[in-house]
Ligand binder design. Structure first.
Ligand SMILES: [Zn+2]
Ligand SMILES: [Zn+2]
Length: 322
């Protein structure tokens, strides 16, 4: 009680307005932090919806490219036309994306022997019909546009730039490129292709987005530019940093703590790799003193940072040792 009276007495001598200010400021700051956190979570959830997130940035980029690269049919080109042309372009590309996804599924199905039921001819027929329907939809839209006086005639530079952008931002290709690069066994990538490649793809897309946005500003095309920049640049930077760069750094830190096992150590271990059940001629030692093939270890780390044998968290062991 004494301390309570003491504090009230001492603060009462201060001007109440001044006393109120820091409290208000603190409250505002707390609210601000809370709101920013909520927004961050919402943005992360949106990024996780890769199809919609990819579509939003593709549409933004295509709209700006349409303005910059396609020769306008008339001088006072409307914003609606840009949106419609960008939509048609994404529609055509998405048919291609759908086709690749299906082919990939078929290839994966034939590779995995333990698949419960192999796709029947009826399924193939269904896929072919679906692809035909998607193409028909895209063509009908273009024909309808022509009726409305909007000619969809993409120029070659526009097609090259937008198609490359599509490949860089579409989910199926983001998953496929790292697998393709893995075949080259590039040592510099340390078997972390699944993080390095999407990160570099994101950086390329961000640079392209910034370039196109600057060109649009320069050519006085500023409709929706903030929305476009938000999807093309801001969210992409967030995605690259939080979902690839941070994970990449954590994985590299964990992996750097795995020593290369000497032939003597492998001989002493005298056991198979617990992941692939094959004998080992080269191996890495985990902080929990277990030996695995380097490749097997990295494959496991794509799923989690737990040791495949004793289920200890690699980073926990590393920090304990420090
Ligand atoms: Zn192995
Ligand atoms: Zn272990």
């Amino acid at each position: 009680m004494a301390s309570f009276f003491y504090t009230t007495e001492s603060t009462e001598s201060i001007n109440p307005n001044i006393r109120c200010c820091p409290l208000l400021l603190e409250l505002l700051l707390a609210i601000r932090t809370e709101i920013m956190e909520e927004i961050h979570n919402m943005e992360q959830s949106f990024i996780k919806l890769q199809t919609i997130y990819g579509f939003a940035s593709q549409l933004s980029f295509f709209m700006l490219c349409e303005q910059l690269l396609n020769k306008p049919s008339n001088s006072n080109q409307k914003v609606e036309k840009n949106i419609v042309v960008a939509l048609s372009t994404t529609l055509f590309y998405s048919v291609f994306g759908y086709f690749v996804t299906r082919v990939r599924e078929i290839c994966q199905g034939s590779r995995t022997r333990t698949r419960p039921r192999s796709p029947s001819y009826l399924n193939y027929l269904k896929w072919i019909c679906r692809i035909a329907v998607e193409w028909a939809k895209a063509i009908i839209i273009v024909l309808c546009l022509r009726d409305q006086g909007i000619h969809y005639e993409p120029q070659l530079p526009y097609t090259i730039v937008t198609f490359t952008y599509y490949l860089m931002t579409e989910k199926v290709f983001i998953e496929m490129f790292p697998l393709f690069i893995e075949n080259f066994n590039i040592n510099k990538l340390e078997n972390l292709e699944h993080l390095y490649i999407p990160f570099f793809m994101n950086v390329t897309v961000i640079v392209a987005g910034v370039f196109v946005a600057l060109c649009s500003l320069y050519s006085n095309y500023s409709n929706f530019i903030f929305v476009n920049v938000y999807f093309m640049v801001y969210l992409r930077v967030k995605d690259a940093y939080h979902n690839y760069w941070e994970v990449l750094m954590a994985e590299r830190e964990a992996y750097s703590s795995f020593q290369v096992a000497s032939p003597k150590e492998i001989q002493e271990w005298n056991d198979i790799c617990a992941v692939c059940l094959n004998s080992m001629s080269n191996a890495r030692i985990t902080p929990c003193n277990h030996l695995f093939h380097p490749y097997c270890l990295k494959q496991c780390m794509k799923q989690s940072f737990l040791c495949p044998l004793c289920k200890q968290h690699f980073l926990d062991v590393v920090t304990h040792e420090k």
